[in-house]
Design a protein. Structure first.
Length: 133
C-alpha cells in the first residue's frame, strides 16, 4: 500500500485538527489556522500550557506526581513512570527544554486527572485563540 504524502486520515474538532500520515507512515496531529500550519513555537507553548493545566488539576485533586505517573504509564515501574512524566513537566538536561507531548500521553494524562481530553483541547483553544485569527 502506498500512501500519498500528508493524507488526511481523520478530521477532529470540525476540521480544526487533522490526523496526518506522512511518506514514512508517521502519524501526527496537525493544527491549522487559516489554512496554514501553526508555527512550532506556538505549538510548543500550547503543549506547555496543556501540561501545566493538567499538573494544576493533579494538585487540585491531591494526587502526587508518583500516583499520576503510574496512571499515565501503567506498564512502567513507578520510578520510570515518574521520570517520563518529569520530562514533560520540567525542562531537562543541557537543552533546558521539555520533552514534546505525544498525543497518546496527553490523553492518558488528562483521563488520569479526571478530565476529558477534548475538554482540555477546548480550553487550550480558548486560551490561545488559535482559531480566531
Amino acid at each position: 500500500c502506498i500512501w500519498p504524502q500528508n493524507v488526511v486520515i481523520h478530521n477532529l474538532s470540525q476540521g480544526k485538527f487533522s490526523l496526518m500520515i506522512n511518506e514514512s507512515f508517521s502519524c501526527y496531529l496537525s493544527s491549522q489556522t487559516g489554512g496554514k500550519l501553526m508555527d512550532e513555537a506556538r505549538q510548543i507553548a500550547m503543549e506547555e500550557w496543556v501540561i501545566d493545566f493538567l499538573d494544576n488539576r493533579r494538585k487540585e485533586k491531591g494526587m502526587t506526581v508518583e500516583e499520576w505517573a503510574v496512571l499515565v504509564f501503567p506498564d512502567a515501574t513507578a520510578s520510570a513512570a515518574r521520570m517520563r512524566l518529569q520530562g514533560l513537566r520540567k525542562p531537562q538536561g543541557s537543552t533546558g527544554k521539555r520533552k514534546r507531548l505525544i498525543f497518546s500521553e496527553f490523553t492518558r494524562m488528562a483521563r488520569a486527572v479526571g478530565i476529558s481530553p477534548s475538554e482540555v483541547c477546548a480550553l487550550a483553544e480558548n486560551e490561545f485563540g488559535v482559531f480566531s485569527e
